[in-house]
Write a protein that binds this ligand. Sequence first.
Ligand SMILES: NC(=O)c1ccc[n+]([C@@H]2O[C@H](COP(=O)([O-])OP(=O)(O)OC[C@H]3O[C@@H](n4cnc5c(N)ncnc54)[C@H](OP(=O)(O)O)[C@@H]3O)[C@@H](O)[C@H]2O)c1
Length: 245
Amino acid sequence: MSERVLILGATSAIARATAAAFAARGAALYLASRDADELQRIAADLRLRYDVEVRYGLFDAEATESHEAFFKSVIQHMPTLSGVVLAFGYLGNQQAAQDFSVGAKVITSNFTGAVSILSHCANYFETLQSGFIIGISSVAGDRGRQSNYMYGAAKGALSLYLQGLRNRLFVRGVRVITIKPGFVDTAMTFGLPGLFLVASPQHIGERIVATLGKSADVVYLPSFWRYIMLIIKHIPEPVFKRMKL
Ligand SMILES: NC(=O)c1ccc[n+]([C@@H]2O[C@H](COP(=O)([O-])OP(=O)(O)OC[C@H]3O[C@@H](n4cnc5c(N)ncnc54)[C@H](OP(=O)(O)O)[C@@H]3O)[C@@H](O)[C@H]2O)c1
């Protein structure tokens, strides 16, 4: 049987490229996000290009009370899922997010909502004793910086959550992979100052799917970000706190 993959946040540029890379190898897809029109367009395009089954449904990461019913309906329409890709995220504006009424959205969109839906996915794959969960976190979660620490904190928490999930599910035959992209050319980063070494969503999407054929648990994309973050993580705090980052 061909792969069947649920993609959460499927309208994101990185998710679209990931969906295309899965479809290119014959996977059936279930696409989910808040934008039904865009989902319909993406699904039609993928069916046409790759001749694969593509379904879609509405999903809001912030509406955690709806997640159980959402996941049940996915399983009804696409029984025996092979895996899930969690791609949704929200960068927001750090200045604005310093007010908690705004910051809470950053935390829910990147972390609380992710934990909520992944708890249903994790229980499902644990019972199945197979499957994969690919979570897109960020290098921003590796160290808190004044320019984006609300987003960074939410992504750092997501990375830690995925690490715990991996530790829980490994013995059950479920693979949990943490993806940490650096800067990627998408709507999220459009017009932001200070970007460097910006990767294309296509490159990231193809590498995400390729991780399934490798053994790595935590994958920096492009891979040189592992070394950049190694340096950044090792700057002593008395020096780091004086830097404008
Ligand atoms: N771009 C980068 O440089 C970069 C770097 C590191 C990590 N990342 C991470 O990579 C992932 C994809 O990013 P991208 O740059 O491709 O993003 P993007 O093109 O800006 O798209 C963001 C996606 O998140 C979805 N989303 C936001 N809030 C949501 C919510 N409450 N419920 C459901 N979906 C929601 C949006 O879906 P709808 O609006 O259609 O619902 C959209 O599909 C994100 O997790 C991001 O944090 C990106």
